[in-house]
Design a binder for this molecule. Structure first.
Ligand SMILES: NC(=O)c1ccc[n+]([C@@H]2O[C@H](COP(=O)([O-])OP(=O)(O)OC[C@H]3O[C@@H](n4cnc5c(N)ncnc54)[C@H](O)[C@@H]3O)[C@@H](O)[C@H]2O)c1
Ligand SMILES: O=c1ccn([C@@H]2O[C@H](COP(=O)(O)OP(=O)(O)O[C@H]3O[C@H](CO)[C@@H](O)[C@H](O)[C@H]3O)[C@@H](O)[C@H]2O)c(=O)[nH]1
Length: 441
């Protein structure tokens, strides 16, 4: 099938590349000229495992093309995906300006019956707004072209985006139109072979399903972080508690890893947006408000622990920071806990030597040159003459380091571990002062 995708970020690029990989004929369009120029050259603007090869192969085979020309992109297909950003506005609601701009652009150029599919994460009722924007633009052109607006929220995780898209747990489609259902079945047939993963529902339910999924996952994380904080106060080890509760299949092991708070471009903004949606219809959502509040506090705990371990004496000291991305296998630093930690260290007069396997360029882009931040080429290089090591992201490469070398390099053998990747007893035996999350210290 011919498909057009607006937006070449994490979702748009992965959607376009994965649809092309299964034989669809895809054009991806973006307003960012530099990004499109780079993609045309085979340069992938984000680090996402497996993405570069499917983009390059499908561009070569002619099934995937990139453009900034919206008119030709709309002419390419009568199934058009909107996969642009929905950042929070000043009230925490999702800002729909990019989504509605695309809707108007599509209406400006479309010449035949068109299915417009919202893949961006959008609040309940957005399909109606998209529909109204299209209707208005068509009216101002004085044309009457039939169109449908469907919802098809995306559930991929960064760092596993290609794998998630290729093997989805479910594909949610909100539509009331049988013809749209048939088109979506055809589009997703390659992803739907052994089990029927397609879940058709009404548009509002599809829009809410996306927020409900993210809010549920964020709730699990804030829940375990709160239990971790209680564990600290009562001298229990959250890792043993986690194993104890996760073995109950009603609870499960997924998304109950305690840490330094959830980050990324989705959970923080989507929980806030759902709280905002609820409040707009007169419902206060105290559980979701608490999920957000616990997470904010959790992100500050690494610095509090570091500062407490040094009796508040941060000024003039240097700290090795391992892991800058908000999670492993990505270079994305949006809402990353590492940023809260580093900014607190700097505010207190400390310095940072940092390493991340993929997010060094992104860190440089965000913070530029500053004399209290040194980006080091290896994790070992951060340690020399540092007053402590702080771990923000659980990259696999950090799990089994040479502990003797760490001890020899650090000025004091202090490790603050925001992801609980080491064994506290072993660390004590090795002579470290080891502070984890929810581990009785
Ligand atoms: N990042 C994720 O893991 C993820 C997963 C599921 C859902 N989502 C949702 O998907 C949406 C997109 O997220 P993302 O992370 O891919 O965003 P992103 O910021 O990485 O990319 C958005 C892209 O849209 C482009 N754009 C903006 N206006 C445009 C226009 N008028 N025409 C064409 N392109 C335009 C931007 O230039 C940018 O390249 C958001 O609603 C997000 O919540 C994200
Ligand atoms: O047990 C856990 C699991 C995750 N996290 C943190 O939670 C954040 C988000 O992680 P993850 O969900 O793996 O990454 P995202 O790429 O943000 O993906 C989420 O957000 C996407 C955008 O909406 C959705 O599509 C995905 O289904 C949803 O998992 C990261 O900071 C993780 O460190 C924890 O602290 N503990």
């Amino acid at each position: 099938m011919k498909v057009t995708v607006f937006g070449t970020g994490y979702v748009g690029l992965v959607t376009g590349a994965c649809l092309a990989e299964t034989g669809h004929d895809v054009v991806c369009v973006d307003v960012d000229e530099a990004k499109i120029a780079a993609l045309k050259e085979g340069q992938i603007p984000i680090f996402e495992p497996g993405l570069d090869s499917i983009v390059i192969n499908n561009v070569e085979s002619g099934l995937l093309a990139f453009t900034t020309d919206a008119e030709s992109a709309v002419a390419h297909a009568n199934m058009i995906f909107i996969a642009v950003g929905t950042p929070p506005d000043e009230n925490g609601s999702a800002d729909l300006k990019y989504v509605l701009n695309v809707a108007r652009t599509v209406a400006q150029y479309m010449s035949r019956e068109t299915i417009i599919v919202t893949k961006s994460t959008v609040p309940v009722g957005t399909a109606d707004k998209v529909s109204a924007a299209v209707a208005e633009a068509l009216q101002s052109r004085d044309v009457d072209i039939p169109y449908y607006v469907a919802s098809n929220p995306e559930f991929l995780k960064e760092g596993a985006a290609v794998a998630d898209f290729m093997k989805p747990d479910r594909i949610v489609v909100g539509t009331d139109a049988e013809s749209v259902e048939a088109a979506m079945r055809e589009l997703y047939a390659p992803f739907n072979r052994n089990h029927d993963r397609l879940k058709f529902m009404d548009v509002r339910s599809a829009e809410l399903t996306k927020y409900a999924a993210n809010a549920m996952l964020a709730t699990k994380i804030s829940f375990i972080n709160e239990i971790a904080n209680i564990a600290e106060c009562v001298g229990a080890d959250i890792e043993q508690v986690r194993a104890g509760i996760g073995s109950d299949p009603r609870i499960g092991y997924h998304f109950i890893y305690p840490g330094c708070g959830y980050g990324g471009s989705c959970f923080p903004k989507d929980v806030k947006a759902l709280v905002s949606t609820a409040s707009q219809v007169g419902y206060r959502a105290p559980l979701l408000e608490a999920v957000e509040e616990v997470n904010q506090a959790q992100k500050s705990r690494l610095f509090s622990k570091l500062s407490a371990a040094l009796d508040g004496d941060i000024a003039g000291k240097t700290f090795a920071v391992w892991g800058l991305a908000f999670k492993p296998k990505t270079d994305d630093m949006r809402e990353a806990p590492s940023r809260v930690l580093m900014e607190a260290i700097w505010a207190a007069g400390g310095r940072v030597k940092a390493f991340d396997p993929e997010a060094m360029n992104e860190t440089q882009r965000i913070y530029g040159q500053r004399e209290d931040l040194q980006l080091m080429g290896t994790k070992e290089a951060c340690l020399h003459d540092a007053d402590a090591l702080v771990i923000c992201t659980e990259w696999k490469n950090f799990w089994a380091p040479d502990f003797d070398a760490i001890k020899n390099s650090l000025k004091t053998p202090l490790i603050v571990d925001g992801r609980n990747i080491y064994n506290p007893h072993q660390m004590t035996e090795l002579g470290f002062r080891y502070i984890g999350i929810g581990r009785g210290n």
